[in-house]
Design a protein around this ligand. Sequence first.
Ligand code: HMH
Length: 216
Amino acid sequence: MGKRNNQDVAMTLTCKDLVTIHAEAWERATVHPFLTGCQQGTITAAQFNTWLVQDYLFVKDFTRMVGKMLGAAPDHHLDRLLAGLIALKDELLWFQAKAEERGLNLETPRQPTCSQYCDFMAGLVREPYPVQATALWAIEAAYNQGWHKPGPMPAPYTEFADRWGNPGFTDYVNILAAQADEVLTQSSDHTQALASTTFLRVANLETAFWQMAFAA
Ligand code: HMH
């Protein structure tokens, strides 16, 4: 924050600012006993499998959210969104393969937290595009940082940590931040305030999402 647009003294909020403003919520979203448990080998198979199935259900609706963003995005954002969708196509197939390996049934009901997160994503279509772009970045950044922060993960979690913690994914997240920053700069204070509450909502949903593994 603090940077001012010299025309109308509007604030220009950036993704970096959001992490600072909501530092505690972001820390809870990205440093969690689920992730440290994977790293230390203390997560049970049942806990991990609960997360895996619920995350598959999440990613299906996340894919729908990104698909709807195509309708609102400026022309020069389409390429990255489409690249993101192609990666999500692979990711959904990967989740199916992981579930098969583990003998998991993906036709499982969503837990309440997963449902809340999916409802939140479905509702984003009603928000201005800059708010959607901020949410997209925040959702991907949470996993990028969360899976990266504990450091190298032992088997069988290595490939999970690599999927979201790898440098290519970090580059993608940084591009999403740049795209969100660009449209936030052109937004009203009201839209920027909405982007800030949306970021906080993502952080809180992410924290609750990790917690689901322990509630089952
Ligand atoms: C809950 N947040 C959750 N799941 C994911 N797979 C991502 C973010 C990143 O795609």
